[in-house]
Design a protein around this ligand. Structure first.
Ligand code: PPE
Length: 305
């Protein structure tokens, strides 16, 4: 999906190191057993300088993900926040994607992760529209995946772990093979869960609805932001289980995510939803104004470098 646009430095275990030297041993535990948790953030250019959207909140989620897989992060949220700011500045970037990862490194093999050391790294690089500019503007065609979202009792969706993304990859490849741009996964109970890397919303008769956290989704920060922005604009938003057919008959459907931002969905399983509708467009415009620092009430979501 995206070739990496290399930057100069990567932060690893407390130090800035050259990009090409940010390697890890082939017997790193996480490579074999998926024992890693990560985050994805974006730093945007604003009038007041570069700013990271929901910076501390992302690191708090990393801390929660780590806790859920029994990993004690060796750095505090505050230390990681500072390290990220320093890294972006050292790389001379004004806007970028940010990928922190905490993983079980080299030193022990076998399924028990505990004897393996915990390494933490942060990488930043420029990353354009995740699903393409065309999708941001005109919407994307999606298909319901035959792969199901994992249940709360097996690599739960609420943990942003590398292990969980094997499932995302399977769903995404299948969607591409079927001629779609992205997949939508249902959970084991048949309720709508999320995209392979996005949360999902529907609009019907001016009202929004998005799957509840109990449906086994990632607690997306873009989802959380869009819920608040929508309510502030006077829309009603429900967090509840959605069935597949509600997607087909919705007036509007869209994805949210750090990488995908707010991407309209124009068809599902070949059933036309249509061009981005008024609610999607209003929220998309609001979202891009907020991340650009143009809405005073939401400057609290921006961490200016
Ligand atoms: N669900 C999944 C499965 C997911 O991966 C993401 C983010 C979201 C929901 C939205 O969460 P948030 O970014 O907090 O609004 N996916 C990240 C990784 C994408 C990738 O391909 O890598 C992202 O958007 O950064």
């Amino acid at each position: 999906m995206a070739q990496i646009a290399e930057a100069e430095f990567i932060w690893k275990n407390g130090k800035l190191i050259p990009w090409a030297e940010a390697t890890t041993h082939i017997l790193s535990h996480a490579l074999h057993y998926g024992t890693a948790v990560f985050e994805g953030m974006r730093c945007y250019k604003t009038e007041a300088g570069s700013a990271i959207f929901r910076h501390e909140d992302h690191y708090r989620r990393l801390e929660r993900s780590a806790r859920l897989i029994g990993m004690d992060l060796p750095y505090s949220v505050d230390e990681l926040v500072q390290a990220t700011a320093e890294l972006i500045k050292a790389n001379g970037l004004t806007s970028c994607y940010i990928r922190p990862i905490a993983y079980r490194g080299y030193g022990a093999m076998g399924v028990n992760p505990r004897p393996a050391p915990i390494d933490v790294a942060i990488a930043v690089w420029p990353w354009d529209a995740y699903l393409g500019n065309e999708a941001l503007e005109n919407g994307i065609a999606v298909g319901i995946s035959s792969w199901r979202q994992r249940s709360a009792n097996s690599t739960p969706g609420g943990v942003k772990s590398s292990a969980g993304y094997l499932n995302s990859g399977l769903a995404h490849m299948e969607a591409l093979d079927h001629g779609y741009g992205e997949a939508v996964l249902l959970n084991e109970a048949g309720a709508v869960a999320e995209g392979s890397g996005e949360n999902i919303f529907i609009v019907r008769e001016g009202k929004l609805a998005t799957p509840a956290l109990s449906d086994g989704i990632l607690e997306g920060l873009t989802r959380n932001s869009v819920i608040e922005l929508a309510r502030d604009l006077g829309y009603q938003v429900e967090e509840r289980s959605l069935v597949r057919t509600e997607l087909y008959v919705a007036d509007e459907v869209f994805f949210t995510g750090t990488a995908a931002e707010l991407t309209p969905i124009r068809s599902i399983d070949g059933r036309e939803i249509g061009r981005p509708g008024p609610v999607t467009k209003a929220l998309q415009e609001r979202f891009f104004d907020v991340v650009a620092g143009k809405v005073p009430a939401y400057k609290r979501w921006l961490y200016t470098l």
